[in-house]
Design a protein around this ligand. Structure first.
Ligand code: AHR
Length: 342
């Protein structure tokens, strides 16, 4: 596949034509994409499709489900791709195995949504040695050599945290003491690191804010609920819960209500959340989440644009940040929710 792609670029440069016969062209094909196969499926019979191996973190949240859907709806045979999708079930070892399988199958591109930032150097060196471009999506990686990945597209997670803290500073202005519970995402993921740094900077800058509990809920509703139940038993005065995603917010709200307290705009405890999924925004409209900072999961078309740039012999921007917004329970409308694709 890669030999044919190089040949294609050369021919295109020489005569500005010839894409039709080239593997890697964006031509419709009657062959259906197998986008649910595991990483061990062979990347053969591609019928001129661009083969993309995608290692996904898992299915821990509504955000992740929307992200998987966006990738699967983009990388179809009709669009000129064969997608080999691998769900790592929240384990970095599984992601490393998937990448090695993609290399063995000689895919054209590897797309990695990394669970955590560290631990990628060895396997990405193997991909580089095999000559396969690696696109990082969503969270960032921390590698010793930036040439181990071609480019990255995702969110500015620290900015998301800062946006939440700016809202808190306005909404809580004048309160002498604010007892804060912090439900963190998967420790070591960029989403956790950036959002946690934002809150911790806010706590340092606001003398009345006290972090009374800080624990991971692993970005899942069940763990968010379990952790919040235990924190509620140990702390009688909680003023605000900073949940690093919508699903943990749902779990925390369930725990708060089960403990006989109320959450949100007219409640005992202020709720901050991230993602702004449909379900998260419905809870914001209902007033149970006070403020919801968007984290946009619709990366399929963004990754495709990067691949098309590479196919055309261009050099995409190394880092591309997605523009994001935030929703306040005091001003959100049903139209805001209806206008959103996830
Ligand atoms: O990396 C993005 C984060 O991962 C989302 O905020 C969270 O819901 C997901 O699991």
């Amino acid at each position: 596949m890669r030999f044919k792609k190089v040949l294609c670029v050369l021919l295109t440069a020489a005569v500005m034509t010839g894409l039709a016969a080239c593997s890697g062209g964006r031509q419709p094909s009657p062959a259906p994409a197998d986008n649910s196969a595991g990483a061990s499926a062979a990347a053969d019979n591609t019928d001129g499709l661009i083969v993309v191996g995608f290692s996904q973190v898992g299915a821990e949240s509504d955000w992740r489900t929307a992200n998987t859907k966006s990738m699967q709806e983009t990388f179809t045979a009709d669009n000129g791709y064969k997608l080999i999708f691998d769900d790592a079930q929240q384990k970095q070892d599984n992601q490393i195995t998937a990448i090695r399988n993609f290399i063995q199958q000689e895919v054209d591109y590897i797309v990695l949504a990394p669970i955590g930032e560290t631990g990628w150097d060895t396997v990405l060196k193997e991909a580089k040695d095999a000559g396969i471009p690696v696109i990082i999506v969503d969270r960032m990686i921390d590698v010793s050599d930036d040439s181990l990945f071609t480019c990255w597209v995702g969110s500015d997670f620290r900015k998301e945290g800062d946006i939440a803290v700016a809202w808190m500073e306005t909404a809580l202005a004048g309160k002498e003491k604010v007892n804060i519970v912090h439900l963190q995402g998967t420790i070591g993921s960029s989403a956790q690191i950036g959002r946690s740094e934002g809150l911790e900077a806010g706590v340092s800058a606001n003398s009345g804010w006290e972090l009374i509990a800080q624990q991971t809920g692993e970005f899942t509703q069940a763990k968010g609920q379990e952790v919040m139940e235990s924190i509620l038993k140990q702390n009688s005065q909680i003023d605000l819960v900073y949940c690093e995603n919508d699903n943990m917010a749902f779990g925390a709200i369930d725990a708060i209500e089960a403990a006989g307290k109320t959450a949100g705009i007219n409640g005992d405890i202020v709720i901050i959340s991230f993602d702004a999924t449909h379900a998260g925004l419905a809870m914001t409209l209902e007033g149970k989440i006070n403020y919801n900072v968007e984290c946009n999961p619709l990366h399929g078309p963004r990754v495709e644009k990067l691949i098309q740039q590479l196919q055309a012999g261009q050099t995409p921007e190394k880092l591309a940040y997605v523009e994001e917004t935030a929703f306040d329970a005091a001003t959100i409308t049903q139209a805001d929710i209806d206008a959103r694709a996830y």
